[in-house]
Every structure is written in structure tokens, then in C-alpha cells.
Design a protein around this ligand. Structure first.
Ligand code: AMP
Ligand code: ZN
Length: 467
């Protein structure tokens, strides 16, 4: 039986969909003003294991993901710069071009990480009418008020507002926060529609019954999931930061108009964080600015197969924070290579059967709130069991790869095919590493990458191979 942790109940509950055999799944998608960083992608990877486990269990999954292409404001409290405008100014193109450019880049990242595409993409700018309609329903039901800055949701009017995060509303104060909007009645109130600044037009704005402006960020997910998944559906996911504000407000908007419990399971992925600093300060979360902005392209530039990042993420439970280091990515790449070499050696053996006892341990781990580290331990146990034939090992791995998605079927032996000039560089790098001159070693790694080679440092020495 599949058990999934539900943020709403704070329990691992046995999963039961509303309709037999079918699952409606909504995952909050990217804001497309820049590349997704590896932290964002950790969340999409967790959602991918979830979807794959549901499909392995025979469910037909309708997976909807939004694309946030409306220019929302940088801060959660409805103030700050418009993200799409920041992107457009940076690259000298229109906000729509920025949105399209980074949506395509995001899809490319998904492909490189073997993340399945949703059954339906929905862009916020294609659903402005649905958002206006929902805001109008909220207004008719008496949940909104009008201030200079926009139309706001009055969170005091909804009895169980904040239930997902178990917010203690009385202790929440806007306090000294500088960006508090004038006229807001309660600190938790949020915009459902924001007005464009007077005498100024924005890059993206629309007419509405209340005046020209743009929808509040939380509105798009409520309106689009209502349209594509209905007034009640099974699972809604996102990163852990969405619990207190974004998902809390999505729930408020929908349940205020339907009066019904909206989503059965709320699931949240923990953050990818950076290592603690030497003086013991907590690791920062990865963000879209500064040196910590690591992307799939960064992995490729450093000579890694992006799937190594997928494999690295599989090694931690989705509800535990995960610390990113380059050493762990190297470790994951080396592990993948060991698997690939073994797979290449046994793939041609025919007549294999699934090793049932291993496979049932694997299924049990997957069904225990997606325990991927335990499921991976089964993969290593299969590879290490000399009593299994190569054919049985391969067949079992192939079946497990329906969830892992590391590409067992197309793995090839990693062999070096190196010309003399390249070999000289490899030797120079080995020397630089032995001398602990890591800057030089990294420089040579980049030169090798330009020549089309990747390097992997293993316990048995450095392996070089064509990309
Ligand atoms: P955004 O594009 O900023 O809306 O974020 C996309 C998804 O990534 C959301 O579900 C966020 O909760 C999630 N997210 C943001 N930062 C991190 C991080 N450091 N680690 C894991 N997930 C994150
Ligand atoms: Zn959302």
C-alpha cells in the first residue's frame, strides 16, 4: 500500500485517490525570467519520483504544471521589482520573449534530468480571464476589499485561513517590515489583483472590472487547477517555502468560493542548501542571484552528465534538506559510471527474470513515502549479489529504472579514447591535483571540456572520456 506524507495532516497517510485508478496532480511550476537553479530542480525531481511511483502502481496521472510568466513582484508581500521586467531589461527583449526563452530552457533542463513532462502545461498569461473570474467570485462572496494598490483578500473572513501551515495569526504582525502595503487590513492579506502604477504602463498588464493591472501571484494556480483538475483533486506539490504563503493563499481563494476541501494531499520537498561556512553559519539556500546560482548548464560546463545530479538527489529523502557539494556530484557521477559499466557488460544476456525478493523491497521503499535512498540500496544489493545471473540483474534494474529514471536501457560503457595532446593535459592535471594546485586542476578540466572530454576522479584514479 502506498503511503504519502501529507503536510495538511502531518502524517504518512495511506493514499486513496478520489476516483479509482486516477490521480489529479498539480505541481507549481517555474517563474520563467531566468534559468531554474539546481535547488528548484530538486523539487521537480521529487515530483517526478512521485509521478513515476504513482504510474508504477498503475494510476493514470493527469499532471498539470503552470508556467508563471506574469511579471510578479520579487517579494512575497506584494511589493518590489517585477521579475519579468528585470529579465527583459537584462537581455534587451520583451517580457514575452523572456518568458518563452526560459520556459524552453526549463523544458530542456527537464529532458536532461529525465524528468517527465506534465500532461498539461498552462501559462498564466493564457488564463487571465479565468483569474479575473475567480477574483470576481471572491468579490461577490465578500472576501475582498479595494485599496489604492489593488484588490486584496481579507484573510480574517475565512475561518480556517492558515490551516496548512498551522499559522498562529494572532502572533503574526507586519511589524517593522518596510514593504508593508498601505491599507492592508491584516498582515496575511494578499493581492488578488494589483493595479498598474498611475500614469505608467507596465510591460504586462490587462484590463479588469477593477482597472488596468495584473493578477496576484497566488491566483493563477487556484484558477488554472480549478479549470484543469476541478473543485477537488488528489495531490498538490511544491517546495517547502510554499507552505506558509503561496499554498496557504491558493487554498484560501478556492475554498472561499467552493466551501469544500480542495486538495486531499499536500506534498512539499525540502530545500537544496549550500554547505555550512567554516565558522559554522547555516548553509544558505540556493537562490537565483550571486555565486550560488548553479544550473544544469553549470553541471555540463564542469563536465558532468546532468543525470549525476538526478542520482545525487535520489540519495536523500525528499523531506530532508540536502547539501550540495561538487564532491558529492563527483561521487554520484562515479557511482553512475560503475552502474553503466556493469550494465554494459550484462545487457546482452537474455532470458532474465525479475529478482522478486529484491523487487518487492524496492516497491516497499517507494511506497513508504518515496524512500528513494532505501530503494537505491536495493539497486546496489542487486548488483552485488553474485548468485543472480547478469540477465536477472539487468531485468530487475530495468524494472526499477521506471522510478529511478537514470537511463539503464541506454547506458554505455565509459571508455577512454584519448589523443596524445589530451593525455598530456590529463597528466598535467593529475600532477596539479597531487600538488594540491586545485585552481590549475580546474583550469585544465575546463580546457579538456573545450576539447570534448570529461574527467572523473575515482578511487582508482582519474578517468577521461569523450562527452
Ligand atoms: P520558483 O521558480 O522560484 O517559483 O521556484 C520553483 C520551485 O522551486 C518551487 O516549488 C520552490 O518551492 C522550489 N525551490 C526554490 N528554492 C529551492 C531550493 N533551494 N531547494 C529546493 N526547492 C526550491
Ligand atoms: Zn502554485
Amino acid at each position: 500500500m502506498l503511503r504519502l506524507y501529507n503536510t495538511m495532516t502531518r502524517r504518512n497517510d495511506p493514499f486513496q485517490p478520489l476516483e479509482d485508478g486516477k490521480v489529479g496532480l498539480y505541481t507549481c511550476g517555474p517563474t520563467v525570467y531566468n534559468f531554474a537553479h539546481l535547488g528548484n530542480l530538486r523539487t521537480y525531481l521529487f515530483e517526478d519520483y512521485l509521478r513515476r511511483v504513482l504510474e508504477l502502481d498503475g494510476y493514470e496521472v493527469t499532471h498539470v504544471m503552470n508556467v508563471t510568466d506574469v511579471g510578479h513582484l520579487v517579494s512575497d508581500s506584494d511589493t518590489g521589482e517585477d521579475k519579468m521586467a528585470v529579465g527583459a531589461a537584462r537581455e534587451g527583449v520583451s517580457a514575452y520573449e523572456i518568458a518563452d526563452r526560459y520556459w524552453q530552457a526549463f523544458r530542456d533542463d527537464l529532458k536532461r534530468l529525465h524528468i517527465l513532462e506534465p500532461s498539461r502545461w498552462c501559462k498564466a498569461t493564457d488564463h487571465i480571464q479565468e483569474q479575473i473570474d475567480l477574483a470576481s467570485r471572491l468579490e461577490e462572496a465578500g472576501f475582498t476589499y479595494h485599496i489604492d494598490d489593488g484588490i486584496y483578500f481579507d484573510t480574517k473572513k475565512l475561518v480556517d485561513y492558515g490551516k496548512l501551515a498551522r499559522l498562529d495569526l494572532d502572533s503574526l504582525k507586519a511589524g517593522a517590515r518596510i514593504e508593508v502595503v498601505k491599507g492592508k487590513r491584516n498582515p496575511t492579506d494578499f493581492a488578488v489583483w494589483k493595479f498598474s502604477p498611475k500614469n505608467e504602463s507596465r510591460l504586462m498588464e490587462w484590463d479588469s472590472p477593477w482597472g488596468i493591472g495584473f493578477p496576484g501571484w497566488h491566483l493563477e494556480c487556484s484558477a488554472m487547477s480549478l479549470r484543469y483538475l476541478g473543485e477537488q483533486f488528489d495531490i498538490h506539490c511544491g517546495g517547502i517555502d510554499h507552505v506558509a504563503v503561496h499554498h496557504t493563499n491558493e487554498i484560501a481563494q478556492v475554498e472561499a468560493v467552493t466551501g469544500k476541501e480542495w486538495v486531499r494531499w499536500w506534498m512539499h520537498g525540502e530545500f537544496l542548501v549550500l554547505p555550512k561556512s567554516a565558522d559554522g553559519e547555516d548553509g544558505e539556500r540556493m537562490s537565483k542571484s550571486g555565486d550560488n546560482f548553479l544550473t544544469v548548464n553549470t553541471l555540463v560546463q564542469k563536465g558532468f552528465d546532468p543525470v549525476a545530479y538526478r542520482f545525487f538527489c535520489l540519495g536523500a529523502h525528499y523531506r530532508a534538506p540536502l547539501t550540495f557539494t561538487w564532491e558529492s556530484i563527483e561521487g554520484a557521477a562515479n557511482a553512475l559510471e560503475r552502474i553503466a559499466n556493469r550494465v554494459a557488460a550484462i545487457r546482452d544476456e537474455t532470458g532474465g527474470r525479475i529478482a522478486e525478493s529484491y523487487y518487492s523491497s524496492f516497491l516497499e521503499a517507494c511506497r513508504d513515502d518515496l524512500n528513494m535512498p532505501r530503494a537505491l540500496a536495493v539497486l546496489w544489493a542487486v548488483l552485488g549479489d553474485k548468485s543472480l545471473s547478469g540477465a536477472d540483474q539487468y531485468t530487475t534494474l530495468l524494472e526499477m529504472d521506471r522510478v529511478f529514471g537514470i537511463g539503464i536501457k541506454s547506458m554505455t560503457r565509459k571508455e577512454a579514447a584519448v589523443d596524445t595532446e589530451t593525455q598530456k593535459l590529463v597528466d598535467a592535471r593529475i600532477k596539479a591535483r597531487a600538488d594540491k594546485n586545485f585552481a590549475e586542476a580546474d583550469r585544465i578540466r575546463d580546457l579538456l571540456s573545450d576539447r570534448g572530454f570529461v574527467l572523473e576522479d575515482t578511487a582508482d584514479g582519474t578517468i577521461v572520456r569523450p562527452k
